[in-house]
Design a protein around this ligand. Structure first.
Ligand code: ADP
Ligand code: MG
Ligand code: MG
Length: 255
């Protein structure tokens, strides 16, 4: 079973030639089977945390550790992290004119299968799998024939992202939903996708400042981030409290 354990994580970014510390000691444990939410005001470091976990090059870890099960996540290349079962959803899905969506998804799935030493899927086998997954998720499979995200509505892009996540069968999904102007339908699509994956060997970190998302995905734990640290953790009621009161009181108490 795969526990994500973040211990005293520090990270910085090079901001126009100057080091800018962003994460200043993040501690977090996400056991398998659990969904945790991270909330917090803009600029608190939520997206930075998700980038550091996925291995994005422009963020430098300056202290602390991240273990994924027995593995040292920070020592792994982004592809190795994906192969180990980590999935990071993109905030801004790319449009790829002329690239068939089914082929695009198959490439992503086969990259992970290769890295896991599993046989790759040919076009026929993949389509069968993708259609079954569409059916399970209630996604129209016509989406498979279109060019990647081209002319997709916001909701369709979210559906496609959920489909990709589901096809990759992640053990740990990180969804950063912060800056997107998600409407209620899109929130529900994301939530249903995560809820459909809920299982004893699946866990997720949902980064959001939409309290409403957490009406659909009921998290096991909610964490509040401010100035690069987690300043408060609680249950789903913490998200409702934040909705009612805002962050100011919590931040003042933590200071
Ligand atoms: P959040 O997702 O909570 O809004 P971010 O992780 O995006 O926070 O940003 C945290 C802080 O780091 C902010 O002050 C932001 O301006 C800064 N930051 C993030 N990325 C960069 C970057 N590429 N260059 C300079 N500063 C950055
Ligand atoms: Mg932000
Ligand atoms: Mg963000």
């Amino acid at each position: 079973s795969t526990v994500l354990t973040i211990n005293a994580l520090h990270a910085k970014i090079d901001d126009a030639g100057t080091d800018k510390p962003i994460l200043k000691g993040v501690d977090l444990v996400v056991p398998p089977g659990e969904v945790h939410a991270i909330m917090g005001p803009n600029g608190s470091g939520k997206s930075t945390l998700s980038y550091v976990l996925s291995g994005r090059a422009d963020y430098e870890v300056t202290g602390g550790t991240v273990a994924f099960g027995e593995q040292d996540l920070l020592a792994m290349e982004p592809e190795e992290r994906a192969a180990a079962g980590l999935f990071l959803a993109f905030q801004a899905p790319i449009e790829l004119p002329g690239v068939n969506n089914a082929n695009f998804l198959r490439t992503a799935v086969n990259a992970v299968r290769r890295a896991r030493g599993e046989p790759e899927l040919d076009a026929v086998a993949f389509l069968k799998l993708a259609r079954a997954e569409c059916k399970r998720l209630g996604i129209p499979d016509a989406m498979l024939k279109r060019a990647v995200n081209v002319g997709f509505s916001g909701g369709e892009k979210k559906r496609n992202e959920v489909l990709q996540m589901s096809l990759l069968r992640p053990r740990f999904a990180i969804l950063d939903e912060t800056d997107s102007g998600l409407d209620i339908d899109a929130l529900r699509i994301v939530a249903e996708g995560v809820n459909a994956l809920r299982a004893p060997d699946f866990s997720a970190l949902i980064i959001t400042h939409h309290q409403r998302l957490l009406d659909y995905i009921v998290p096991d734990h909610v964490h509040v981030m401010s100035a690069g640290r987690i300043i408060r953790s609680g249950g789903p009621e913490l998200a409702r409290q934040l909705e009612a009161e805002g962050y100011a009181n919590l931040i003042a108490e933590a200071a």
